[in-house]
Design a protein around this ligand. Structure first.
Ligand code: URP
Ligand code: ZN
Ligand code: ZN
Length: 487
């Protein structure tokens, strides 16, 4: 039987090995790997190309309102087009429950928005800001049954943060039904106390954002949430980790055998707090939470990625325009406290890591694949379907020209933000052909993907979610809620 598509002679990379072979694709899936495969209806000569799994970006904000109610600049079309141009073929953005929102309404709304616009496949995480009885006992289990296997909770932001008791409630619900709890870990009291005093003293420029989101706030919250997770034996993943102290806390917890995972993002590897220190409000372009730190923190992130303390590398794409609709509600007078937090990064996530990670000798090609694709799929219930080039998996593949030189300009990027924090960077290596479920959706800078072709991914229970069954003695009295979930 022939193939619909054969990708011939490329250097195929997985999270564990690299070798030259052909890839035969049938009905949108990888049917066979080998050399000298039979002909395909379409053939791609991949000699001289690196053939990598399409990226999986498990942390991005699309068509979402910030905690202040500021809308993202990107909808599901612009965001997924931008992702595709950067070699990413799966995204897992957030459905955001704000206080007072009912989860079923929130979910139906996001499904509706994505269905008609996404050009690549997508799943959803749920942001839980209102863990009342209805949400915890009925709506979260229903969401999990509908294929949403991960929740994000916040320890900061006035309108999103949960108290420790609420965090435990969400963790217990996640544990019972088999979902991963993702945590935005920063100590709210430390940040808001500092910020209140800074503003009173007239220190309102963007640079004070980085000062108020002090490193100790991240370390304290990570340590606290690890203790909460240990109490209820719930696997957790700390998102957007930025400090050596935070990474060390994760490393220590993992060393004690706890299922604690970490994530970092381009802004913690390629930006520092100095980028925020620009005249006027220009530094707002680089304001995200936690903020970029310094060279030593960047080094700690590289080390964390190499030793597995930081399991995944995601964009945390949070696109807000540099005008009154986005980061600058009061124009030049906007204080750092009023700026929407977040930076864009969907499209450059992979090329930045390729250049400054792989090509610079900081990580291997296999680590690049693990950090950008395979581990995301394994962690979030998409193992063997996404993030790998193997028989049976969806044919989501990016062909990279490892020597293509690209200078970053805002005009290069396909999102709606209008700027990029990485303007002027010189990159080497670019995804020139991007394939989603066997269809070439990007080739040499041209898009060929219909709006709405992306499909919602029902995610499965996974090994990463299995509690360890390590009961702290105090919990023995609470047998009913401690019933282990088994994938
Ligand atoms: O600053 C950030 N990271 N903004 C996006 C929202 C979030 O906390 O992930
Ligand atoms: Zn966050
Ligand atoms: Zn985020």
């Amino acid at each position: 039987m022939t193939f619909d598509l054969v990708i011939r002679g490329g250097t195929v990379v997985s999270a564990t090995s690299t070798g030259v072979c052909d890839i035969g694709v049938r009905d949108g899936r990888i049917a066979e790997l080998g050399s000298g495969l039979a002909g395909g209806t379409r053939e791609i000569d991949a000699r001289g190309r690196l053939v990598l799994p399409g990226g999986v970006d498990s942390h991005c904000h699309i068509e979402q309102l910030s905690s202040f109610g500021v809308p993202c600049a990107d909808d599901f079309y612009s965001a997924t087009v931008s992702a595709a141009f950067g070699g990413t073929t799966t995204v897992i953005p957030f459905c955001a429950q704000h206080r007072g929102d009912a989860l079923p309404t929130v979910l139906a709304d996001y499904h509706e928005r994505a269905r008609s616009k996404a050009v690549i496949d997508y799943g959803f995480h749920l942001i839980v800001a209102n863990p009342d009885e209805q949400t915890v006992s009925t709506d979260l289990p229903a969401a999990i049954a509908g294929g949403i296997r991960s929740f994000k909770i916040f320890m900061t932001y006035d309108r999103m943060r949960l108290a420790d008791e609420q965090i435990l409630e969400v963790m217990a619900a996640a544990r019972r039904a088999g979902a991963l709890v993702m945590v935005h870990a920063e100590n709210h009291g430390m940040i808001s106390w500092l910020a209140g005093r800074m503003v009173k003293a007239g220190n309102t420029a963007p640079r004070y954002h980085a000062i108020c989101h002090t490193r100790g706030a991240e370390a304290e919250a990570i340590n606290r949430v690890i203790a909460l997770a240990e109490l209820v034996d719930c696997p957790i993943l700390i998102v957007h980790v930025s400090t050596p102290e935070g990474i060390e806390a994760i490393r220590q917890a993992r060393g004690r055998g706890l299922k604690v995972m970490g994530e970092t993002c381009p802004q913690y590897l390629f930006l520092t707090a100095q980028d925020i220190d620009r005249p006027g409000v220009q530094g707002a372009m680089f304001c995200c939470s936690p903020p970029p730190r310094d060279a030593a923190a960047q080094e700690a992130c590289w080390q964390g990625m190499r030793d597995g303390s930081l399991r995944v590398y995601s964009s945390d794409h949070a696109p807000y325009r540099m005008d009154a609709s986005g980061k600058l509600p009061n124009g030049e007078k906007t204080t750092f406290k009023e700026m929407a937090n977040g930076v864009p990064g969907l499209e450059l996530r992979l090329p930045l890591l390729f250049t400054f990670g792989y090509r610079a000798g900081r990580i291997s090609l296999e680590e690049f694949v693990a950090l950008t694709a395979t581990r995301h799929a394994e962690t979030y219930g998409l193992a063997a379907r996404k993030g790998v080039i193997a028989p049976g998996a969806d044919a989501d593949i990016a062909l990279w020209d490892p020597d293509r030189r690209v200078t970053v300009t805002p005009g290069l990027i396909h999102d709606n933000t209008g700027y990029t924090p990485y303007e002027g960077r010189e990159l080497t290596g670019w995804p020139v052909t991007v394939i989603s479920r066997g269809e070439v959706i990007v080739h040499e800078g041209r898009l060929d993907a219909a709006r709405g072709r992306g499909r919602f991914l029902v995610r499965e229970a996974s090994e990463a979610l299995r509690p360890q069954g390590r009961q702290v003695p105090e919990m023995a009295q609470l047998a009913a809620w401690n019933t282990p979930f088994s994938p």
